[in-house]
Design a protein around this ligand. Structure first.
Ligand SMILES: [Zn+2]
Length: 248
């Protein structure tokens, strides 16, 4: 089992969680979304069963100077051997509504797309109320290995993303969101990845920081019902997808 997107640095007791991940022999990719968390994230990834990606959440982008962002891109380049992806990066129009800030996040998003191509690493996309712009920018900038994290777009957006060959990451809140359920029905198994975004997105208590990577197990069981295939098949196919996509 592989949780392709979680945030160990945001968990109350990351070392305990890492132990449990190892005991259960699952694999996770912990995703760094701010400069302050980069060192900690790289440190986590030295543990067995833990991989990491480095990115910058759009709400972080608007707080930083161009120089800060350039320095961070340098840091990512210098650590590129120890990461499996760039991300999460993207656009967030829920939290960023003014045009000037949105423009800045678009410019920085393009820089990260270029970086992922330069380093030949996958790019993990954060998109909130901004799916059309995200897909357009990825398409225009010929992004190569793309996964849309916590996909919750509509049918048209799903079609556009999958036609571009992008992977769709299904989150543990599947049962709470009809767009995600639709996506599971429509997306081909060989384009699907699984994630918790833990500690957020606990399907049992949305809004609380209680989600954990092994909740992927419940997700697998939900997907197996929707797709009408066995849990083992869901697990095997999505594991294979993750191993190949991220080069784990
Ligand atoms: Zn995330």
């Amino acid at each position: 089992m592989i949780d392709i997107h979680c945030h160990l640095e945001k968990m109350r007791d990351p070392l305990k969680i890492i132990k449990e991940i190892q005991n259960r022999n699952i694999n996770v990719i912990t995703s760094c979304a701010s400069i302050e968390d980069a060192d900690k994230t790289l440190e986590f990834a030295k543990n067995k069963n833990i991989f990491c990606s480095l990115g910058l959440h759009p709400t972080e982008v608007i707080k930083l100077s161009d120089k800060d962002i350039e320095n961070y891109i340098e840091l990512i380049k210098n650590n590129s051997k120890d990461i499996v992806a760039i991300g999460e990066v993207g656009l967030d129009y829920k939290w960023i509504s003014n045009e000037k800030d949105q423009t800045k996040t678009k410019e920085v998003f393009i820089k990260f797309i270029k970086l992922s191509k330069e380093l030949n690493l996958p790019i993990v996309i954060h998109s909130r109320n901004s799916m059309n712009d995200c897909l357009k920018i990825l398409d225009e900038n010929e992004a190569k290995k793309v996964v849309i994290h916590c996909f919750s777009g509509n049918a048209g957006q799903l079609k556009y993303a999958t036609e571009l060959g992008y992977f769709i990451s299904i989150n543990t809140i599947l049962t709470k969101n009809k767009n995600i359920k639709q996506a599971v029905k429509k997306v081909q198994m060989n384009k699907m990845l699984l994630e918790t975004d833990s500690p957020w997105m606990d399907p049992k208590s949305v809004g609380e920081l209680t989600n954990v990577p092994w909740n992927i197990e419940t997700l697998i069981s939900e997907i197996s019902k929707i797709k009408g295939i066995s849990k083992l098949e869901v697990e095997n196919i999505t594991d294979k997808n993750a191993v190949e996509f991220f080069g784990l």
